[in-house]
Each structure stands twice: as structure tokens, then as C-alpha cells.
Design a protein around this ligand. Structure first.
Ligand SMILES: Cc1cc2nc3c(=O)[nH]c(=O)nc-3n(C[C@H](O)[C@H](O)[C@H](O)COP(=O)(O)OP(=O)(O)OC[C@H]3O[C@@H](n4cnc5c(N)ncnc54)[C@H](O)[C@@H]3O)c2cc1C
Ligand code: FES
Length: 346
């Protein structure tokens, strides 16, 4: 098996903003790579190599800035109790700190900006939500409700900006907060009352897994169309995403399927061995398929399966609604039908 090298860039921290006692925003600029190396879409994330005494750690951090604005790309990191990379960043990042990064990635990106949005966040989950919110307000006209849950008032990130935006865009933006210190842990029943937005809204959720499960159940119980509920899961990668990707030799003895794959507006027909994941087949053909972690965690390789069946070796990010929509992970997909039709449209 050979290997293909990753495009790695370096970014330098321009400014560090202390958002709360436990959260910092880092504005970044590229010091290596082409000028478009940090071009991103609202809701996407960067993958950083974070220094640590035990050895570097690979971690994803969503961009909180809006790509269309004049603001430098900005990530917002919340300290996780006992967490290694987040503590390192919160305690050590200063203007001039350099990080290795992979190109922006991720599929938590709205496709339809005309629908009403319900943006639901808990804790650090506000980060991609903020990028989507800033973009929608600046470049679109849809009505938006932001519902943001936190432990207490001191934990609320972007509190002042959310307040200012709500006042400035009174006609189309509502911001509502849930504080556990005042109202207790949100339950499915209380979420149903709190999240009483128009059921035709498109909902974007980001926060701890149990919160997102309760939120999704509450929305469906409130009449939301489950296919219009999108979620981003925050977890730590366990592998080094900066290492070269293994590429299998072509011509093994395994049975093969045939797939058409639409990628970057081109359609390719591939022969796909049943014991090989889609990502490796595409990389072996020299195709520029998107990926980050290769462990089924980040969603950076998501595609839509239009026809056929696949088996996912691992899946730590897609839920049953994503799967029902046809979303699958290229880094984990083995073919289970003779022919398949695939599009990278996420
Ligand atoms: C797509 C994506 C986007 C993300 N965006 C953001 C963002 O915008 N902002 C943000 O703050 N985070 C974000 N995250 C989460 C981020 O990548 C990290 O997971 C987070 O910062 C915690 O990493 P850490 O190294 O500090 O914690 P880790 O060291 O990974 O620890 C996490 C938890 O596990 C416990 N733990 C660690 N090691 C062990 C062990 N050996 N045994 C038992 N328990 C252990 C820790 O105590 C801690 O509670 C995102 C994640 C993804 C996948
Ligand atoms: S590359 Fe991260 S889930 Fe596939």
C-alpha cells in the first residue's frame, strides 16, 4: 500500500480575544499555502495540530467568523475540563503562535438560505452557529431564531454581540437563552416549549450529544420535518489526521462493484472492491476527494448515496436522519450492491 501526502498549511494567530473565563477566539491568517487556502463556507471547521507535552494532538475547531465578512478567519475554543488541546490553546495561544492546519472542511453548511432558520446551540456549539448566523444576517433575508443553552450567564459566549444583533435585526432575528442555573437542565418537555419556532424552519443544532438528541426529539414532536434538522457533533479525533492517507494497490482478489461518483462537477466511473473504503479507491485514482479524520468522526468526507447500498465500518457522526437522507461517510463505506450512484454534494 502506498500513501498520498496531505496539503498542510500554517496559520498564525493575529489576535486572542477572551470571550469568557473559559473561552477564547483566535483570529488567524495564513502564513503558507495559496491565498485561497483558508477559504471556507459558514459552518465549516479547521483541523489544527495542537502542541502538547505528550505529543501533538489533532483537533477540529469550527470557524465562528463569516466568510463573506472582512473579519479574518476566527476559531472559538472552549476549555474542556481535563481536556488537553483546549486547555493548551486557552492557556498558551498568543499573537504569533503558529499552528499547522488542514484546509477548511465539513458539511454543516446550509444549502437553502431562503428557509426560516432555527439555530440551536449549547456551550461551545455556538461557534459554527455564529458563522451561519453572521452570514445569514449579512447576505440573506430569512427569519432566524437563535436558541442558546448554557450553564449560567457567565458561560455565554458572544453574549454582547448576540444582544446587539437581536436589537439591530429586530424584524427578523430572535435570540433566546436557556440558563441551567435558573431553569435547570433542559428536558425534552421543556425544550418543546422553548423551541416553539415555525415547523417549516430548517434547524441547525450544535452541542453535547444528549442535548442534541433531546432537541431533535422535541422538534420532531413539535411538528418539525426531521429531514430539515441538521446536527454537528463535537468530539476529539483519536488519530493523526496530518499523516499521509494510505492508498491501496489496485487489482486485489475481492469482488468488485461499479459506482458513478460525481465530484467537483465531474462524473467518474470507478471499480470498487468490496473490502476497500470509497475514500481509498478515490485517492488511488488520483481524485481530490474531501476528508479529514478517516475515522468516521468529523463528517468531512460525507457524500449522498443516490442509489445502491454501502456498509459503514464506523460511524460516530451521522444520525438516523442523516442516514435516511442518504448521507454516508466515504472514509468508512464499503460497497454492498453491484452498482452505486454517489454524489459529493454536502
Ligand atoms: C467538527 C468539529 C468541530 C469542533 N468545533 C469546536 C469548536 O468550535 N470549539 C470547541 O471548543 N471545540 C470544538 N470541537 C471539539 C474539539 O475538537 C475538541 O474535541 C475539544 O476541544 C476537546 O479536546 P481536548 O483535547 O481539550 O480534550 P481531550 O483531551 O480530547 O479530552 C476530552 C474529554 O475526555 C477526557 N479524557 C481525555 N483523555 C482521557 C483519558 N485518557 N481517559 C479518560 N478521559 C479522558 C477529558 O477529561 C475530557 O473530559 C469540535 C470538534 C469537531 C469534531
Ligand atoms: S474523514 Fe472524518 S468522517 Fe470521514
Amino acid at each position: 500500500m502506498s500513501a498520498t501526502a496531505r496539503h498542510t498549511y500554517q496559520v498564525e494567530v493575529r489576535e486572542v480575544v477572551q470571550e469568557t473565563t473559559d473561552a477564547v477566539s483566535l483570529t488567524l491568517h495564513a502564513v503558507t499555502g495559496p491565498t485561497d487556502s483558508l477559504d471556507y463556507r459558514p459552518g465549516q471547521f479547521l483541523t489544527l495540530r495542537v502542541p502538547h507535552p505528550d505529543g501533538p494532538l489533532t483537533r477540529c475547531y469550527s470557524l465562528s467568523s463569516a466568510p463573506d465578512s472582512t473579519a479574518c478567519p476566527t476559531i472559538t475554543v472552549k476549555r474542556v475540563h481535563g481536556g488537553r488541546a483546549s486547555q493548551w490553546i486557552c492557556d498558551n495561544a498568543v499573537p504569533g503562535t503558529i499552528f499547522d492546519t488542514l484546509a477548511p472542511a465539513g458539511t454543516f453548511v446550509p444549502q437553502d438560505w431562503s428557509a426560516p432558520f432555527l439555530l440551536v446551540a449549547a456551550g461551545s456549539g455556538i461557534t459554527p452557529i455564529m458563522s451561519i448566523l453572521r452570514t445569514a444576517l449579512a447576505a440573506h433575508e430569512n427569519p432566524i431564531t437563535v436558541a442558546y443553552a448554557n450553564r449560567d450567564a457567565e458561560s455565554v459566549i458572544f453574549t454582547r454581540e448576540l444582544d446587539l444583533l437581536a436589537r439591530h435585526h429586530r424584524d427578523r432575528l430572535t435570540v433566546t437563552h436557556w440558563l441551567e442555573s435558573e431553569s435547570g437542565r433542559p428536558t425534552e418537555a421543556t425544550l418543546r416549549t422553548w423551541l416553539a419556532a415555525a415547523p417549516n424552519s430548517h434547524a441547525y443544532l450544535c452541542g453535547p450529544a444528549p442535548f442534541m438528541t433531546s432537541t431533535r426529539n422535541a422538534l420532531v414532536a413539535n411538528g418539525f420535518d426531521a429531514s430539515h434538522i441538521y446536527a454537528e457533533v463535537f468530539t476529539s479525533l483519536t488519530t493523526d489526521a496530518f499523516g499521509p492517507a494510505p492508498v491501496p494497490e489496485v487489482g486485489g482478489s475481492a469482488a468488485t462493484s461499479t459506482a458513478t461518483v460525481e465530484l467537483d462537477d465531474e462524473v467518474h466511473t470507478i471499480t470498487w472492491p468490496e473490502d476497500t473504503v470509497l475514500l481509498e479507491v478515490l485517492l488511488a485514482q488520483g481524485l481530490n476527494a474531501p476528508y479529514v479524520c478517516r475515522e468516521g468522526t468529523c463528517g468531512g468526507c460525507a457524500y449522498t448515496l443516490r442509489r445502491g447500498e454501502v456498509h459503514l465500518r464506523e460511524n460516530h457522526t451521522l444520525d438516523q436522519h442523516d442516514l435516511a437522507r442518504g448521507t454516508r461517510l466515504a472514509c468508512q463505506s464499503e460497497p454492498r450492491s453491484d452498482t452505486l450512484d454517489i454524489v459529493f454534494d454536502q
